[in-house]
Write a protein that binds this ligand. Structure first.
Ligand SMILES: [Cu+2]
Length: 281
């Protein structure tokens, strides 16, 4: 009986072994996609480019995105591509892009690449976004592009404004993604519009924060820490939320000389800043 058991274990492991050696050329893709939901596929004659996020949708504001490229002939995923992208919004009387990162290979993954895009506007009627993905594999260049659907967010996750320096800025909330009643890590991206198609990271500014609950006498919270830029290029601080509900995060943007470029202090006479982000949880 014991021998039979050993034999069956041996048989099963032999089977498993032979299966996995057959699959050697095809990467195991199930773990690769842990926690990711496909948004859509982009296709050309040679490849399918798959676009993923945690939610499976694109929304107005900051979006962390993952991609992978499948070879249509072999059905294998490409592990050594270099990629770039360009989101373009086609509006009634103009075209523009938005802040975006480089695309890098995801650490610890074989087939995944990742980056972020900050959509400052949602798709709206006949005004739509197109995402162009350019990539090269072994020195050959390819491109795919499709219309993408950018959903409006009901709370303000991104602010687009002109500073007193006549510069156009985009400020996007990155964290907290899932706020709790605590001192949350707050992260924001700050970008400058160089022209309609080019956006760059703004360095060494300060973003002052003053979270308030307008529905409850506009009370604030203790122990907030203003946002300053860290090595990742983003602005980091602490956002104290003392209860669940709707919070307006009043902001002031200060340049390297500590001059206020946008936003006002909240006082007894002034209940909110013209620059703000919103959280409800
Ligand atoms: Cu637009």
């Amino acid at each position: 009986m014991k021998t039979l058991k050993y034999l069956s274990v041996l048989f099963v492991s032999l089977l498993t072994f032979s299966c996995s050696s057959d699959d050697e050329t095809t990467p195991v893709n199930t773990d690769e996609l842990n926690g990711l939901v496909q948004i859509q596929e982009f296709s050309n004659d040679t490849h399918t480019v798959e676009l993923y996020s945690k939610s499976g949708t694109l929304k107005q504001g900051y979006n962390a995105l993952s991609l992978r490229i499948k070879d249509k002939d072999s059905n294998d995923f490409v592990t050594d591509a270099s990629l770039s992208w360009n989101p373009v919004m086609y509006m009634a009387n103009m075209q523009h892009s938005c802040p975006k990162s480089e695309i890098v290979k995801t650490t610890g993954k074989q087939t995944l690449y990742n980056g972020y895009i900050v959509f400052q506007m949602a798709s709206h009627g006949s005004e739509y976004w197109e995402l162009i993905v350019n990539y090269s594999i072994n020195g050959n260049n390819y491109t795919v592009s499709e219309t993408i659907q950018v959903h409006p967010s009901d709370k303000q996750r991104v602010a687009t404004f002109t500073g007193t320096d006549d510069t156009r800025y985009v400020l996007a909330l990155i964290e907290p993604d899932t706020p709790t009643v605590s001192q949350n890590d707050m992260v924001a991206g700050l970008f400058k519009m160089e022209n309609m198609m080019t956006f760059s990271t703004v360095n060494n500014y300060t973003i002052k924060i003053d979270p308030r609950m307008p529905s409850m006498g506009n009370h604030g919270s203790p122990n907030n820490i203003d946002l300053t830029q860290k090595a990742d290029g983003f602005y980091h601080g602490k956002l104290s939320l003392t209860m669940t509900g709707y919070w307006k995060i009043n902001l002031q943007l200060l340049n390297q000389q500590n001059e206020v470029l946008k936003g006002e202090e909240v006082t007894a006479e002034n209940e909110s800043s013209s620059l703000y982000l919103e959280i409800e949880f």
